[in-house]
Design a binder for this molecule. Structure first.
Ligand SMILES: [Fe+2]
Length: 204
């Protein structure tokens, strides 16, 4: 066989393999989420409250997220995020054009957070919800973390970065912020945001 044909064959194989491995998720049978929750309830307790339901998915992150959580940060991402509450209650604080608003969700309630709206979900004990968001791979833009003064809602600090691992990439920025009283001090009213060991707990 001419050499160029074998090289062509190898390239074709790599191309096909790349395409199928990277762009097409294998067909997965439907499953009963209610039953899955009952079977996995023990794994949805602190410190690890998140379970990814479709690790092989190409476009979406589909998670079951349990409470309680301890977070003061707002998360910024350039795509939408769907919250569907299954059990218990959560509050999703958002920053809507400089105004803090709170979305309260109980069992059966749904909220679609628009792209680019900073949001801070506070999850109560024994709460359980479904969260759907876009994977960031191949998408332009960065994720961000922001903090706002509890007293006057003035922005205390913001940081933006390409998100690679949704469970690990935040921790460094949490540690930087909570370790610095300067960053936690409001330029507008002087209030210092208190810190808490739970805010920088490594959940791995
Ligand atoms: Fe303030």
């Amino acid at each position: 066989m001419p050499r160029y044909l074998s090289i062509f064959g190898v390239l074709l194989f790599i191309l096909c393999n790349f395409r199928f491995k990277n762009y097409i998720m294998a067909v997965a049978k439907p499953f009963n989420l209610t039953k899955w929750i009952e079977e996995n309830r023990d794994t949805l307790k602190p410190p690890v409250g998140n379970r990814n339901l479709y690790r092989e998915a190409d476009d979406y992150i589909v998670m079951i997220v349990a409470g309680p959580n301890a977070r003061k940060d707002y998360h910024y991402n350039e795509t939408e995020e769907l919250f569907y509450q299954l059990e218990g209650n959560i509050e999703v604080h958002i920053q809507d054009e400089g105004v803090k608003k709170t979305m309260k969700l109980g069992p059966g309630d749904m909220y679609l957070n628009p792209a680019k709206v900073p949001h801070s979900p506070v999850r109560h004990e024994n709460s359980l919800g479904l969260v759907v968001e876009r994977k960031r791979v191949d998408l332009p833009g960065e994720d961000g973390l922001l903090w706002f003064c509890d007293h006057c809602n003035h922005k205390l600090h913001e940081v933006y970065f390409p998100l690679e691992d949704i469970e690990k990439d935040f921790l460094k920025h949490f540690k930087d912020f909570y370790a610095s009283e300067d960053l936690r001090t409001c330029d507008n009213c002087g209030e210092v945001m208190p810190t808490d060991p739970r805010f920088v707990a490594d959940e791995d």
